[in-house]
Design a protein around this ligand. Sequence first.
Ligand code: NDP
Length: 338
Amino acid sequence: NRKVVLASRPDGAPTAENFRLETADIPAPGPGELLLRTVYMSLDPYMRGRMSDAPSYADPVPIDGVMTAGTVSRVVSSNNKDYRPGDWVLSYAGWQDYSVSHGEGLEKLAGDSLQHPSWALGVLGMPGFTGYMGLKDIGQPQAGETVVVGAATGAVGSVVGQVAKLKGCRAVGVASGAEKCRYAVDTLGFDACVDRRADDFARQLADACPDGIDIYFESVGGAVFDAVIPLLNTKARIPLCGVIANYNSRDLPDGKDRLPFLQALLLRKRIRMQGFIIFQDYGDRYQEFVDEVGPWASAGKVIMREDIVDELESAPQAFIDMLQGKNFGKLVIRVGED
Ligand code: NDP
């Protein structure tokens, strides 16, 4: 049983030394318990927060603790009448091959997730729910409006863009590099996608949004947000989902304090910016997502590119790379055979 534990807390960007691979015996399930084999493991930006002991909405992973992750697993053996060997379940087994569960918090895969088990970690799982719900509830998209989203080919952003299009909006993505931008337009159906690493990024974004921005789905922060600010329309909405550009920051950025300017802008243009944590705020509305996005995913109207990396040992580097935009699509580790 391989497991990846948190060896130390990162100071700035995580490094390989912050993780440690360990091996242990495969645990034995007790009465009422079942043994799970991890097949797919999700890597998500929020894990950077769990590596830190700074105040957050969730507890940190303890030093020497197994790193947290959502997983798709198969039941190997079961002493629990609700589960049989071979069942597929969504669980939170973390970065390890095997885990023992009482059955609480597990969800049996059903529908399209049974055909495509990794989708339960992406388009039909937490990231898809995040993009859908943040756009719908806080963004309140109206046909004809312009929606901008960063990390446009990633797990959350790709759903934001495709759902925005299905709601009749103009969808403008931001991503790093020509290949991702081409994919956003040609395959995901964005109206435009701008390379955030281009020298004239801010001007290109302005050109892609001739009518300004009505909804900015904020997943990234940093220079992308800087370029968005002057383009925001009166009554714009900003679902504040993530600020990945800051996750490795130690300090405030250099330069002038722009907070008073931002406050005045929010006031003058009556802009609504609202943070949300998906399951805390919307856990009771999961069915809405299943009912609306499920059929779109079945029909191929909402897709999510997967970036599948083999082997648990690859997880630390894949995670480090994701924080630098090296993933292309939803990052998933294939831990075991399905
Ligand atoms: P992605 O699959 O989109 O992967 C992360 C992407 O972020 C990278 O591929 C990269 O895309 C982009 N990125 C990295 N660094 C920067 C930077 N400095 N500036 C701009 N973009 C950058 O991840 P997810 O879809 O899983 O997550 C997207 C965001 O949503 C994260 O901020 C995450 O924390 C947040 N989130 C929030 C939730 C909530 O409940 N509030 C739930 C789930 C996710 P590229 O290089 O193409 O720009």
